[in-house]
Design a protein around this ligand. Structure first.
Ligand SMILES: Nc1ncnc2c1ncn2[C@@H]1O[C@H](COP(=O)(O)OP(=O)(O)O)[C@@H](O)[C@H]1O
Ligand SMILES: [Mg+2]
Length: 244
């Protein structure tokens, strides 16, 4: 699936004295692995959330596979996009399995959810957790899991709707080197084996150039670099290596 942003602008923000996103133009093709970089407050999370219709726009448009994102088309398009929120966005008191099942809520009709999750939903969730190395943790509360395990639960939750596009907001922030590598390897595998389009916010330039082909750098709501990760001019390395 291709993603196209044309002159994307959010409403004027009085605190910032400018729109949070200030005229973003970019096209991401099917199967690309893109790192979204930039200083804190640059607008990275806002851009990801805009792609799934969670941010009101002032002007411009978003097209997914040539379909214009509107309130009418959003529910259909949304099914194809998995979003991993900054910090994971898990319900800490629920088990890993129940958190993953929550990812099905957007796909099921309201009457289906009244009956609870089906056996096949549960099997699918358990299988995903097993694939991500969390078979033993399926019934544990997510609050009891390590940061790396929680992040993998968040990935499983995004994957249970079989998305074609995966958006991840700082998926390795706060993880130790091993756990971060595990998460990035999962993305690389999804990209290689399933041709999934991946856009991930990263702070770690090394991880970006090891895994992503392309970098988008945001600065104050504007796209200031769009090109190969490896060719990143040194003037931008400061913009992307930021403490969290
Ligand atoms: N809902 C909101 N209302 C007002 N300001 C917001 C909102 N969301 C984000 N912002 C502001 O917009 C800017 C960009 O935020 P964000 O997209 O979270 O940046 P990043 O993810 O790059 O750190 C920040 O200055 C933030 O404070
Ligand atoms: Mg953010």
């Amino acid at each position: 699936m291709t993603i196209e942003c044309k002159n994307l602008k959010t409403p004027y923000n009085t605190t910032l004295n400018r729109p949070i996103l200030n005229g973003i133009n970019c096209k991401i093709c099917q199967g690309e692995f893109v790192a979204l970089l930039g200083l804190n407050g640059a607008g990275k999370s806002t851009l990801l959330r805009a792609l799934v219709g969670l941010v009101p726009l002032h002007s411009g448009e978003i097209r997914i596979n040539d379909i214009l994102l509107t309130p009418r088309t959003l529910p259909h398009i949304r099914r194809h996009i998995g979003l991993i929120f900054q910090g994971g966005g898990l319900v800490r008191q629920l088990s890993a399995l129940d958190n993953v099942l929550c990812g099905r809520l957007g796909v099921l009709s309201p009457w289906q959810t009244l009956w609870g999750f089906s056996q096949s939903d549960r099997c699918m969730a358990l299988e995903l957790l097993a694939q991500l190395g969390l078979k033993e943790q399926a019934y544990q509360k997510t609050a009891q899991l390590s940061g790396g395990q929680q992040q993998r639960v968040a990935i499983a939750r995004a994957l249970i709707q079989s998305p074609q596009i995966l958006l991840a907001d700082e998926p390795i922030a706060g993880l130790d080197v091993m756990a971060a590598q595990q998460v990035m390897e999962i993305f690389a595998q999804l990209h290689r084996a399933r041709g999934m389009t991946i856009i991930t916010v990263l702070h770690d330039l090394e991880a970006a150039s090891a895994y992503a082909e392309r970098a988008l750098i945001l600065d104050a709501g504007c796209l200031v670099y769009d090109g190969a990760c490896r060719d990143l001019p040194s003037k931008f390395t400061k913009l992307s290596q930021v403490s969290v």
